[in-house]
Design a protein around this ligand. Structure first.
Ligand SMILES: [Zn+2]
Length: 348
């Protein structure tokens, strides 16, 4: 791991103020002159997910009386990534999140007491990659509906779990699956506890949650009786009439769910390793909840059938999840659309 320092752009606030005074007349008060910009160096800018990465601001480049905030760029705007700078002898240290795959532009802004940005650093890209090499090609993904369905990344997705008929360590595996979905999408998954409601792929009538997951038997759930090889079904309910910051039309998912086939407990192993595992099935079905369909590419987790490798996202999976993930920013209603039509989809 290297630690790079950028050359300082100015000698500090005092020098910037002097320059301002020399170029302008009448003499301005210090607050009206250009403030020094935070000079940031990153401990690393290309790391495996989970690595500790720090953004360090050189001490003399914090404008007096300001708070330093690390921001990440999204399609619609810059958002706070860390606003709790810690002062050390080397400078002010901010934490760069590395729990999401992708290439992310970061900058540090200095905010005054009113929250106004008085100066900012240039942008630097931090790349966060998986510990493995994703298989296949980035084009190998499809969406479950047109235009694509996605969740509004400005709200956490609240999920609930029905433990009836579940295999051992089901909740642990579901939590691990949600972390893998977060790595791919940046969406926040907020576990709200267990429920006695029956899971369904559209999230119908959920109380205090957006997504429900759980296991059901073919006797109890006819879809599995009619389709005996099915290990799970996932989907969502959505509304049309939304768009992203660049005008791209999208459908907005509002509820969703996954039903796993309890009669397969004897055939699937627990975990995310090789072979047919609940781990692979969990993240595949959650992929449908996120809005992805089945690419015709057997190296992707979103392939229609269990692939039996380690349950790691392929290159096509990851490219698809980025298109329904938080990098695309918050959703807005399409102007001029009076009413929204409801749709739904679910896939095995
Ligand atoms: Zn599927």
């Amino acid at each position: 791991m290297t630690f790079r320092r950028n050359r300082p752009r100015t000698a500090g606030w005092a020098a910037a103020a002097l320059v301002g005074c020399a170029l302008t007349a009448p003499v301005l008060s210090p607050s009206a002159t250009a403030a020094v910009s935070p000079d940031v160096s990153y401990s690393d800018r290309n790391v495996v997910a989970g690595t500790n990465v720090r953004a360090v601001v050189r001490k003399s480049t914090r404008p007096a009386g300001t708070t330093l905030v690390l921001q990440r760029k999204y399609l619609d705007k810059w958002r706070t990534a860390d606003n709790s700078a810690v002062e050390t002898k080397n400078g002010y240290v901010l934490g760069v999140p590395t729990n999401q795959f992708g290439e992310f532009p970061y900058r540090v802004v200095a905010k005054n007491g009113n929250g106004r940005v008085v100066s900012k650093s240039g942008a630097s890209t931090v790349t966060v990659r998986p510990s493995y090499k994703p298989l296949g090609r980035s084009t190998q993904h499809v969406f479950g509906a047109k235009p694509r369905v996605r969740w509004d990344s400005c709200d956490p997705i609240r999920w609930t779990f029905n433990a009836k008929n579940a295999p051992k360590r089901a909740l642990k595996q579901l939590r691990a699956g949600m972390r893998r979905l977060h790595l791919a999408t940046g969406l926040d998954f907020d576990y709200k506890g267990k429920t006695s409601q029956k899971p369904n792929p559209y999230g119908n009538n959920l109380e205090g949650a957006d997504v429900i997951v759980g296991w059901r038997t073919p006797k109890d759930y006819r879809v599995f009786k009619r389709n005996p090889g099915t290990v799970g079904i996932g989907g969502n309910k959505y509304y049309s009439g939304f768009q992203e910051a660049d005008g791209s039309p999208v459908n907005k998912a509002v509820q969703g769910g996954v039903v796993f086939n309890a009669s397969m407990r004897g055939e699937l192993r627990n975990g995310f390793g090789r072979g047919a595992t609940w781990g692979e099935v969990i993240i595949h079905e959650l992929g449908h909840v996120m809005g992805l369909g089945h690419p015709n590419a057997d190296k992707q987790i979103m392939y229609y059938s269990i692939i039996g490798r380690d349950a790691d996202w392929g290159a096509g999976d990851l490219a698809g999840f980025r298109r329904v993930g938080d990098v695309r920013g918050c959703l807005k209603r399409t102007p001029g659309r009076a009413s929204n039509a409801q749709g739904r989809f679910a896939m095995h």
